[in-house]
Design a protein around this ligand. Structure first.
Ligand code: FAD
Length: 413
């Protein structure tokens, strides 16, 4: 049965007695999304970002229908549909080039009521930023939040938090939302001790090709004309690609064992080394990699969960996104989970009728209850996917491929 299209949420009006001043730490996808959702709930939002210029580093990003549902409900359909590509099929392919299964994304999107969208990250980021500003967000850059302090009101029934920045400036709010990504300082502050993300044993080479370079080769040209997402899966590695910006760019992510030195999480990669890792794969991959001039290397890390709670006991500080539950990108869902977090937090804050600590506490408990189980499941499914994609040739791989073919046949009716 097809799902309904989401309604666009209208901005709520509220008076000063229940209007929170909210500070968001980090203007990434999660922070901007939370900003939009909290503004729609009628509160004030000030975003503090540590970098001088805000923008997304990286290349492509896939938004599954759950994420596009949230984005559409924030009034972003017009802007984002202009900047996205909606791939027709998602193909699973063995590393030597044998197709195992496919899934009709258009048909599935029809059932979901919202599309699969592939973006250049800069476009998604800009759409979120412009919408947040349009709704009334203020943004201050070059503000690295280093600590959070708390103040209790004269009658003890309301708590505020203060974001203390590395340059000594202080910003007071009724609620601070830490959306500062996988290497989160906010998470550390909440826990009261260091808590580095966990290594996964994998890294990602991320690269963009100009499709003008591909069209001279008929085989590569066909990969642009009919946009599809391809997953090649093989021993200890896999590769993903999809088209961006209406066919102008071709995004590739190559996932291989982590050989990065301790301490470095992103580095310039060596193109020759990357090509050598895929030289025996489906000939389309070496052909594509021959067109690549430069590549970046990202260590992949996770945060399986956060105990005992995502929020401070004062109910004036909480966290979301990768800071709470960073996942391997193997289900293309990390940003989607960050956007959903912000959406749910905003919906909970829409119900607030006073600024009392007791009410904020209730809101944050409901927010966490709605989000914890789902996000932890995505992290553990991402780990499972790592295992399944990277199985070595043999009986286990044959069984995996058999099941994928069965799924493809079922999916194709
Ligand atoms: P971030 O995007 O990391 O944003 C954090 C922000 O906080 C940054 O702007 C940072 O500068 C700022 N900041 C950090 N510290 C401070 C501080 N102390 N004070 C102030 N500001 C601070 N997800 C998908 O849904 N689909 C995909 O296809 C997909 N592909 C991926 C491919 C790869 C290779 C990788 C690595 C990830 C992928 N993801 C994908 C995951 C996705 O990128 C993340 O889950 C998402 O960006 C997390 O958003 P966030 O806002 O929580 O954190």
């Amino acid at each position: 049965m097809a799902s309904d299209k989401p309604q666009v949420i209208q901005k709520q009006q509220r008076d000063a007695s229940s209007k929170l001043d909210v500070i968001i730490v980090g203007a990434g996808l999660g922070g901007l999304g939370a900003g939009i959702s909290i503004l729609l709930a009628g509160h004030n939002v000030h975003i503090l970002e540590s970098t001088a210029e805000i923008g997304e580093i990286g290349a492509g990003i896939q938004c599954l229908p759950n994420a596009s549902r949230v984005l559409i409900s924030w009034g972003l359909e017009g802007y984002l549909s202009q900047h996205s590509t909606a791939p027709r099929l998602c193909n699973m392919i063995g590393w030597k080039g044998n197709k195992l299964s496919d899934m009709d994304f258009h048909e599935y999107a029809e059932q979901c009521g919202t599309p699969f969208w592939d973006f250049h990250r800069a476009n998604l980021h800009m759409g979120l930023l412009e919408r947040a500003i349009e709704l009334g967000a203020t943004l201050t850059v070059k503000k690295r939040v280093d600590n959070i302090e708390y103040e209790t009101g004269a009658h003890g029934d309301s708590t505020t938090a203060i974001a203390v920045c590395a340059d000594g400036t202080r910003y007071k709010a009724d609620l601070i939302v830490g959306a500062d990504g996988i290497n989160s300082k906010c998470r550390e502050i909440l826990l009261g001790h260091e808590d580095p993300p966990l290594l996964t044993g994998d890294l990602a080479y991320r690269l963009l090709l100009n499709t003008q370079d591909m069209i001279k080769d008929p085989e590569l040209k066909s990969m642009i004309e009919d946009p599809q997402v391809n997953y090649w899966i093989g021993p200890d590695a896999h590769a993903v690609n999809y088209v961006l910006r209406g066919g102008k760019l071709f995004n590739m992510v190559l996932l291989v064992p982590d050989d990065m030195p301790a301490g470095a999480n992103t580095l310039a990669g060596n193109v020759e080394e990357m090509r050598a890792l895929y030289k025996d794969w489906d000939p389309r991959i070496p052909k594509l990699l021959n067109l690549c001039q430069s590549v970046a290397k990202w260590r992949l890390m996770i945060r399986p969960g956060l105990d005992p709670t995502w929020s401070h006991e004062s109910a004036a500080f909480t966290i979301l996104g990768d800071a709470a539950h960073a996942t391997l990108p193997y289900l293309a869902s990390g940003a989607g989970m960050s956007l959903e977090d912000g959406h749910v937090l905003g919906l909970c804050l829409a119900r607030l009728t006073s600024k009392s600590t007791a009410e904020k506490k209730k809101v944050l408990e409901v927010y966490e209850r709605c989000r914890r189980e789902r996000t932890e499941r995505v992290v553990s499914r991402g780990n499972r996917q790592q295992y399944l994609y990277h199985v070595h040739d043999g009986p286990e791989q044959q069984e995996r491929d058999r099941q994928l073919k069965e799924f493809g046949a079922f999916n194709g009716k």
